[in-house]
Design a protein around this ligand. Structure first.
Ligand code: CDP
Length: 231
């Protein structure tokens, strides 16, 4: 059976990572959280005082940034590492969420991250979630999914997630951050978030984790059957 590329795009906090992780596990594929890469770059910029107005500082910082994913042997989950340090927890904080869309809109940042993402997908057999995966990173992905959910459902999910992670924020701040990022992500010049015409749309507002997984797993299998094996 041919191994395919699955691109999962959508607005902030609609559950892309959960679905992408579950699907990758079920298919024995690798999973890449492209948003975590932009979050790690943002963390580096904040920690090192890199100004978003300074293209020379940005280029030089990008040369020093090494983002990797490592499996946590205890939880078995993939975690984000920046220059040899596990940053999985710190990149999810509101301080990062408040700046990440501005950082991700920078051309130089996207050039570097997209190159890394394409490298990760070279052997196919991958599920990647983000904003421009189907439209830009892998326009030839066999399966493109556009995930969506009602704004109030997304806000509640992110609120619960932050509480669970021990970094709670007020609902007001969560709602504000999601609206802010959605706006920048969909209106930026470089590879904005768009719904590709060849993407299958899934609104998971009223679906459980297993129901959404069942749907996309079926889509992936239908496709794999129609794809001829590699020569
Ligand atoms: O999980 P959540 O919806 O909060 O967002 P994320 O996937 O962690 O992505 C964080 C931010 O990175 C997004 O708001 C985008 O600004 C940016 N991003 C992007 O520009 N392109 C991607 N392929 C993935 C994320």
């Amino acid at each position: 059976m041919k191994r395919i590329i699955i691109a999962l795009d959508g607005f902030s906090a609609c559950g892309k990572s959960t679905l992408a992780k579950d699907l990758a596990k079920k298919l024995h594929y690798s999973y890449v959280d492209s948003g975590a890469m932009y979050r790690a770059v943002t963390l580096y910029f904040i920690e090192n005082g890199v100004s978003l107005e300074d293209p020379i500082a940005i280029e030089s910082a990008l040369k020093d940034i090494h983002v990797e994913f490592h499996r946590n042997p205890e939880t078995k989950a993939n975690e984000t590492w920046l220059n040899g340090i596990n940053v999985e927890k710190s990149i999810r904080k509101m301080e990062i969420s408040n700046l990440v869309s501005e950082v991700a809109a920078l051309k130089a940042v996207r050039r570097e991250m997209v190159a890394l993402q394409r490298k990760a997908g070279k052997k196919r057999g991958i599920v990647m979630d983000g904003r421009d995966i189907g439209s830009n990173v892998f326009p030839d992905a066999e399966l493109k999914i556009f995930l969506t959910a009602r704004p109030e459902v997304r806000a509640q999910r992110r609120y619960d997630e932050l509480v669970e992670k021990g970094t709670p924020e007020s609902m007001e701040k969560v709602v504000e951050n999601l609206a802010h990022r959605d706006h920048i992500d969909s209106t930026r010049e470089e590879n904005p978030l768009i719904q590709c015409s060849d993407a299958r749309v899934l609104d998971n507002s009223d679906l459980s984790k297993s129901e959404q997984l069942e749907t996309v797993f079926r889509w992936a299998n239908e496709l794999k059957e129609t794809i001829s094996p590699l020569p």
